[in-house]
Design a protein around this ligand. Structure first.
Ligand SMILES: Cc1ncc(COP(=O)(O)O)c(C=O)c1O
Length: 492
């Protein structure tokens, strides 16, 4: 059989080409940035990174177009990105998926609107609500006692939320989650649409899904109206570089464009935007091959890790048995608690003794992201290190009492919208005396980053107990003050 025709259009990189051409023209620059192609940059910086990168650290000029009002090479680059993603419009983002979540929420909802949100959302979804003024209605992800992990939301949970809130304007889900676990977008999105809701998907962890059929279906292909992807997290974008993709019909594309103009800088980094242009080209033209290699590396490592006594690594079958629709196999969620060690402890051992840095740890697991940048020797080193840890530790049995690190099921106890709470007079009170008070801050336990206290919501005693236990285990608590002892609440 003849190979499929090569998509030569997707080999183009209009923004990057224009930047190189401008840099090579060596024009005299009497404009920003002040370092003038690196001539004014600190010598130590230039010596370390080399001089060329500064010659493409440009500003908005005719030759390289404007992100705020694209009419030239940025417009072309975004159009190529839209074609590759299957979107009607794609936008380059220079403040990560954070600004994409802000834009998705603020462009489609406003004061008086209700938004159904899976509670495993990133904090940027909640800060987006502060911008928009809409009221969240949360529903819970599944917690699996065997896997000792907060999974994603199930179709039944989302359906129940939709049925109970037929007046909601939008549904926002996060899929895949950090662990690569996917909710059933192929059933959820049509169900929400049938009930008149638009669907926004935080696909921060899924910019690669479109480009390899062995990976779970991506949100746009399942019918999402808007989705945001962290190109920098998983594929070739530089840190902060993300994309927002839109499908016309249920949403107004002009609203998205105008909201991004409000939220994004007027001085975007051209280096970040070029990395998006090139990452799109790379995925569209050789993504399948590159991802095949990453998938194989991850699957082989998973098999080896599952042979190590006391250590297990999730498989797609385990995720499906636990009720998840699918799993991105490039994520290695490694359970270490049967060694009698916490994920935090193993993460630290891997780092300090073996020079291996994992993406994150929780009380029971460490999470490893395998991507197109990894090599066989990296995975071999990980497997060998885990073998040493297992052999040295022996099977000491689970140390952690599950009930103490099981996130509470939080019902909706809103006294006001997140936006109203944000602008209210506030005060700091001791966390252990905050039950029943209306929170004015976002407090998350990271990982998995599920918001436990949300502005406008009454603080629950269960959430306080969970946070206190997790802080004791070494989790990072984001949003509290004074050594995790004080929380900001709305003044009584
Ligand atoms: C699910 C999810 N959404 C959004 C974000 C924010 O993405 P970014 O760091 O690209 O701003 C993160 C970051 O970890 C995330 O995990």
């Amino acid at each position: 059989m003849a190979p499929p025709p090569r998509d030569d259009e997707q080999l183009r990189t209009p923004l990057f080409d224009a930047m190189v051409s401008l840099a090579e023209s060596r024009k005299v620059s009497f404009h920003t940035p002040g370092h003038k192609s690196g001539k004014g940059i600190a010598t130590r910086f230039r010596k370390f990174v080399g001089p060329r990168v500064f010659s493409i650290d440009l500003t908005t000029l005719d030759e390289v177009d404007s992100l705020q009002n694209p009419t030239g090479v940025i417009k072309e680059a975004q159009e190529l990105a839209a074609k590759a993603a299957g979107a009607d419009r794609s936008y380059f983002l220079v403040n990560g998926t954070t600004v994409g979540n802000h834009a998705m929420v603020a462009a489609t909802t406003g004061p008086g609107d209700k938004v159904l949100i899976a509670r495993n959302c990133h904090r940027s979804v909640l800060t987006g609500l502060i911008v928009s003024g809409a009221q969240p209605v949360f529903f819970q992800p599944l917690f699996d006692r065997n896997l000792k992990l907060t999974l994603n939301v199930t179709f039944d949970t989302v359906k129940a939320a939709i049925d109970a809130n037929p007046d909601a304007r939008a549904l926002l889900i996060t899929s895949p989650n950090y662990y690569g676990l996917c909710t059933d977008i192929e059933r959820i999105i049509p169900y929400a649409h049938e009930h008149g809701m638009i669907v926004l998907v935080d696909e921060a962890h899924g910019p690669h899904l479109k480009f390899n059929p062995k990976l779970p279906k991506c949100a746009l292909d399942a019918g999402a109206d808007l989705c945001v992807q962290s190109t920098h997290k998983i594929v070739g974008g530089m840190t902060q570089a993300s994309m927002l993709h839109a499908k016309a019909g249920r949403i107004n594309i002009d609203d998205v464009t105008n909201t991004l103009k409000l939220l994004q800088t007027t001085s975007p980094s051209y280096i970040l935007m070029a990395s998006l242009d090139l990452a799109r080209m790379q995925m569209a033209t050789e993504g399948k091959k590159l991802l095949n290699r990453a998938i194989k590396l991850a699957e082989d490592a998973r098999t080896e890790i599952n042979k190590i006594p006391g250590i297990t690594c999730f498989t797609k079958e385990m995720a499906k048995q636990a009720g998840m629709a699918d799993m991105d196999v490039t994520k290695l969620t490694i359970t270490v608690s049967d060694l009698g060690l916490s994920g935090y402890h193993v993460s630290q051992m891997l780092n300090t003794r073996f020079g291996i840095q994992v993406e994150m740890a929780d009380p029971f697991h460490v999470l490893v992201i395998v991507s197109i940048g990894d090599r066989q020797e990296d995975l071999t080193r990980l497997v060998e290190a885990l073998k040493v840890i297992s052999a040295e530790t022996g099977l000491q049995g689970a140390l952690l009492p599950l009930d103490k690190v099981h996130p509470p099921s939080l019902t909706n106890r809103f006294a006001m919208t997140p936006r109203k709470a944000f602008y209210y007079d506030t005060e700091l009170v001791p966390v252990n005396r905050a039950a029943g008070r209306v929170c004015a801050e976002i407090v998350t336990v990271y990982p998995p980053g599920i918001p436990l206290f949300v502005p406008g919501e009454e603080i629950s005693a269960d959430a306080i107990e969970y946070i206190t236990n997790m802080a004791g285990w070494g989790a990072i608590i984001d949003g509290l003050n004074e050594n995790n002892s004080l929380v900001r609440v709305v003044k009584a």
